[in-house]
Ligand binder design. Structure first.
Ligand code: IMP
Ligand code: MG
Length: 173
């Protein structure tokens, strides 16, 4: 297993987090948010961005994972649901990466069925060329090429989440 050099350094990530947070703070001025973290991958990004968003909020967590069936189909499993009721509230879903879009689409549809006042999505990374489901994303940190990345919460086999920067991961052959 090889971890390449950083795709995004700690500093680049922190600058991007601040930039996203100020857009979000401006867009939600005068409103109250419920920020929803999709665990596990988003935990570090979530912790950083909520501290930079300047509107009142509550936080909640959902644990989701997707199992690849084929290249274009996956099954999403919800391991733990929200504690709070999102009905009538302004939900901001925060995810580490949009890849096929299947996970975000599933969670989005599930939460929309609970009738929030609004629902927006924020992702740090967007692997646009891999998209299978067209899910609307309101805030994107970085668009990245079709490479597998680890660090800053993102894992390979549940490892490397604690790497402070984001790096391309390659399996040694
Ligand atoms: P989806 O394909 O958009 O449903 O993404 C599902 C999940 O796959 C994401 O939430 C990530 O946890 C994971 N994932 C996708 N691409 C990567 C990657 O490059 N590195 C680590 N995890 C990834
Ligand atoms: Mg994830």
């Amino acid at each position: 297993m090889i971890i390449g050099r950083p795709m995004f350094t700690v500093e680049q990530i922190q600058d991007k987090v601040k930039e996203l947070a100020s857009k979000i703070s401006a867009d939600y001025a005068g409103q109250v948010l419920i920020a929803v973290c999709i665990l596990r991958g988003a935990f570090i990004f979530f912790a950083d961005i909520v501290r930079a968003i300047k509107v009142p909020m509550t936080v909640d967590f959902i644990i989701a994972s997707s199992y690849i069936k084929t290249d274009t189909s996956a099954q999403v499993k919800i391991h733990a649901d929200l504690r709070e009721d999102v009905k009538g509230r302004n939900v901001l879903l925060i995810e580490d990466i949009a890849d096929t879009g299947i996970t975000l689409n599933y969670v989005r549809e599930m939460l929309l069925s609970r009738l929030p006042n609004s629902l927006k999505i924020c992702v740090l990374l967007d692997k646009k060329e891999r998209r299978v489901v067209d899910v609307p994303i309101d805030y994107v940190g970085f668009e990245i090429p079709n490479e597998f990345v680890v660090g800053y919460g993102l894992d390979y086999d549940n490892k490397f989440r604690n790497l402070p920067y984001i790096a391309i991961f390659k399996k040694s052959t």
